[in-house]
Ligand binder design. Structure first.
Ligand code: DX5
Ligand code: ZN
Length: 217
């Protein structure tokens, strides 16, 4: 069976207790950091200072999902603030390949993603040069939305493309993932699951993470 990395999304955490929340997910693999600018997506979340605080409070791999217009303007800033990986949207810049190159030049893991309505072909030319592909299974901008079922087909297609290339890139899925569908998402080919509301729910993040791991057994 495929090894699966879990990446709780800090967007759903209690920001007044960010240090404790990071402690509670210490058993996870990555921390997913959702940056929204109110332009690329219709919501504003948080940015550089919160990433820097999370970085200082936790040794987890900081997986930064940039939902911002023309992310190339800020890649170095996010790298300096403690990102280990940076994921950019194909829709957010006319120079997506250059953005990927810049992330690699900064010595960080380069990820690429796309909205549910964007044709998968837009990311195909990038596949040989990325460390991660993120399939969005909700429209980005908000936590707590419902998983779009057709995403499973998209995961299967990208899994096939990566395997054909012999790529070891992570295939990450983000949006509406929880104990009820995690198994199906992994069976479709995902290696890396983002989960916000399913982890930071009632009962605390440690229990939420445990429920997710149980569902994958
Ligand atoms: C959506 C974000 C997701 C979100 C996931 O724009 O990219 O990472 O926080 O939250 P859930 O797991 O609640 O759908
Ligand atoms: Zn995200």
């Amino acid at each position: 069976p495929r090894r699966v990395l879990l990446a709780p999304s800090l967007l759903a955490s209690d920001f007044t207790r960010l240090g404790d929340e990071l402690q509670a997910i210490a058993g996870a693999d990555w921390a997913h950091v959702d940056v929204m600018d109110g332009q690329f997506v219709p919501n504003i979340s948080f940015g550089l200072p919160i990433l820097a605080a999370a970085r200082a409070a936790s040794p987890l791999f900081m997986d930064v999902h940039l939902m911002i217009d023309r992310p190339e303007r800020y890649l170095k800033d996010f790298a300096d603030a403690g990102a280990d990986g940076l994921t950019v949207h194909v829709e957010s810049t006319p120079h997506i390949h250059r953005a990927v190159q810049q992330i690699r030049e900064l010595g960080k893991k380069a990820g690429v993603t796309l909205n549910p309505g964007t044709p998968l072909e837009t990311l195909r030319p990038l596949l040989p040069d990325v460390d991660l592909v993120l399939i969005m299974s909700v429209n980005p901008g908000f936590g707590g939305q419902k998983f779009i079922p057709h995403s499973l087909d998209r995961i299967r297609t990208v899994r096939r493309w990566l395997d054909e290339l012999g790529s070891a890139a992570e295939l990450q899925v983000d949006g509406g993932v929880g104990p009820t569908n995690a198994r199906a998402v992994v069976n479709a080919g995902a290696s890396n699951l983002v989960a916000g509301s399913a982890v930071f729910g009632p009962g605390g993040a440690q229990a939420g993470l445990e429920r997710l791991r149980e569902a994958l057994k």
